[in-house]
Design a protein around this ligand. Structure first.
Ligand code: NAD
Ligand code: 0WE
Length: 255
């Protein structure tokens, strides 16, 4: 398929080949997009550079999304290599490990600030920085999780950060919509990635989904990538400010 033929995409959030952003990148490449990659820090360079090479990346740059200078540098390079950007993928989240267990009420001020800065504000900062080089009909997507709307044990401050992220999607969609730019979120079901490793009880969450979700299975990175393809292609021209659930239907359940 060639749903993204001639489109240029900048990808934030590839850490390794389990990353949701990696599956999205592969699907985008298969559909004719040209990709540019960024990675959080020096330690990830050796993981992301080979992926960029595999997928013919136009650039592969370090970008800590909590640093305005790093973001600005990616804009400069994207402008130089692409001229205009048609797609921006935000697949980034972080909260200090200690905040992802125990009682939410115990969240330190600093952990709250870090989680909201990296997991929610970064989308606002990226939209602002890329606005001048977004093409007409550009599409921005971000990844969120059900813990934003319901209490999920241990997700804690990340739930609050995802609530801020989803609300930011609506405000950004309203601000950027005048220029044809769309902003949407995908709410993915739990997937065993780096961000899910070391989360105690993650296996139990996965088996709960298999037992209870309408589709009686967990979702894969590829399931999410196909929804991303929809949201970043002209198939979704009329969709903005939305949260699309790719979660085997789990979110519709009551008792
Ligand atoms: P992942 O660990 O592969 O991706 C998370 C990415 O965030 C990593 O690439 C990491 O380097 C990046 N990151 C963290 N701090 C950063 C910073 N300061 N600057 C730049 N990048 C930074 O895990 P994933 O599961 O693919 O997560 C991607 C997104 O999907 C996240 O937003 C996550 O909340 C969301 N999500 C994950 C699941 C799941 O169960 N895995 C479910 C729903 C939503
Ligand atoms: O958004 C996420 C996880 C994001 C995340 C993961 C980590 C682990 C390593 C953010 N910050 C950190 N910080 C670290 O130090 N998910 C949707 C996956 C996830 O995480 C959970 C979940 C699910 C699902 C944590 C507790 C409960 C459920």
């Amino acid at each position: 398929m060639d749903l993204l033929k001639g489109k240029n995409a900048v990808i934030f959030g590839v850490a390794n080949d389990k990353s949701i952003a990696y599956a999205i990148s592969k699907a985008f490449k298969e559909n004719g997009a040209t990709l540019g990659f960024t990675y959080a820090g020096e330690a990830l360079k050796k993981r992301v550079e080979p992926i960029s090479e595999e997928l013919n990346g136009a650039f592969c740059l370090q970008c800590d999304v909590s640093k305005d200078e790093d973001i600005a540098l990616t804009v400069e390079v994207a402008k130089e290599k692409f001229g205009k950007v048609d797609i921006l993928v935000h697949s980034v989240a972080f909260a200090p490990q200690e905040a992802l267990k125990g009682r939410f009420v115990d969240t330190p001020r600093d952990a709250f600030k870090i989680a909201l800065d990296i997991s929610a504000y970064s989308l606002v900062a990226l939209c602002k920085a890329y606005e001048p080089i977004f093409s007409q009909n550009a599409s921005v997507i971000t990844l969120t999780y059900y813990g934003s709307v319901k209490v999920v044990q241990n997700y804690n401050v990340m739930g609050v950060a995802k609530a801020a992220l989803e609300s930011s999607v609506r405000y950004l969609a309203n601000d950027l919509g005048g220029n044809g730019v769309r902003v949407n979120a995908i709410s993915a079901g739990p997937i065993k990635t780096l961000a899910a490793s070391g989360i105690s009880g993650f296996r139990t969450i996965l088996s709960q989904i298999e037992e209870r979700a309408p589709l009686k299975r967990n979702v894969t990175q590829e399931d999410v990538a196909k929804a991303a393809l929809f949201l970043c292609s002209d198939l979704s021209n009329g969709v903005t400010g939305d949260v699309l659930y790719v979660d085997s239907g789990y979110n519709i359940l009551g008792l």
